[in-house]
Design a protein around this ligand. Structure first.
Ligand code: SAM
Length: 205
């Protein structure tokens, strides 16, 4: 599902138009909470566009975790063009399955990722446990439209032999997972297609 063609599309869109509006809001939330010198862990960060923006705004270094290597060529090209390659690390790790393989960072980001992973509880537990200061993630709303869409997607993909699934996980339950790991919600954005939750580690408030 997430192959080189998808990666090329993301990189080309970023070169032409910059961040999508939801990613831009996530970056603004982080910058607003203070970014100088922070380390960033992005889970499922694709071609690394959010990481490039955060480095440009004062982050010290970034680590990208991915399940696939399909984005690496385009991500490396973008990082080299921006002169940021030596501050960016890319790894192929499923943090939900092997959380101990990844060190904690100041800030953890997941954009359009929880909807691609079946076990949101494990993924967000690992994400929160690796966030020393902030955790921000985007997700689709859960309503009749997204529930119908995800059901049709499951059936359609099964018919053409693809195992990939999209999930509209329950937003309140996702927030409860992160808050159960010592984070407090201090930002929400409710768009029609993507919603954002920003959380700060309670001990930092
Ligand atoms: C829809 S893409 C989004 C890519 C990028 N964040 C963006 O918005 O352009 C979702 C990505 O999340 C990655 N992903 C899903 N679960 C993951 C996990 N547990 N660990 C690392 N990456 C994950 C997938 O490999 C996929 O590349």
């Amino acid at each position: 599902m997430f192959g080189p063609r998808f990666a090329r599309h993301l990189a080309s869109r970023y070169r032409k138009r910059g961040l999508d509006s939801i990613a831009a809001r996530m970056v603004a939330y982080i910058v607003d909470r203070g970014l100088r010198g922070a380390s960033i862990l992005e889970i499922g960060g694709g071609v690394g566009d959010i990481q490039l923006e955060l480095l440009g705004q004062g982050a010290s270094r970034t680590t990208n975790l991915e399940l696939v290597d399909a984005y690496d060529t385009d991500a490396t090209e973008l990082a080299e063009t921006a002169g940021m390659r030596d501050r960016m690390t890319r790894r192929q790790v499923d943090i939900a399955a092997t959380p101990d393989e990844v060190e904690a960072h100041d800030i953890v980001v997941l954009h359009r990722v929880v909807c691609c992973y079946p076990d949101y509880e494990r993924l967000l537990t690992a994400a929160a446990d690796h966030a020393q200061r902030l955790l921000v993630f985007s997700h689709p709303p859960r309503n009749w439209l997204t529930r119908t869409f995800t059901r049709l997607q499951h059936v359609g993909f099964r018919l053409i032999g693809k195992s990939f699934q999209i999930f509209a996980h329950p937003p309140a339950a996702m927030v409860a997972v992160a808050e159960g790991r010592g984070m407090r919600t201090d930002y929400t954005h409710r768009g029609p297609v993507w919603q954002i939750v920003g959380l700060t580690r309670a001990s930092q408030l």
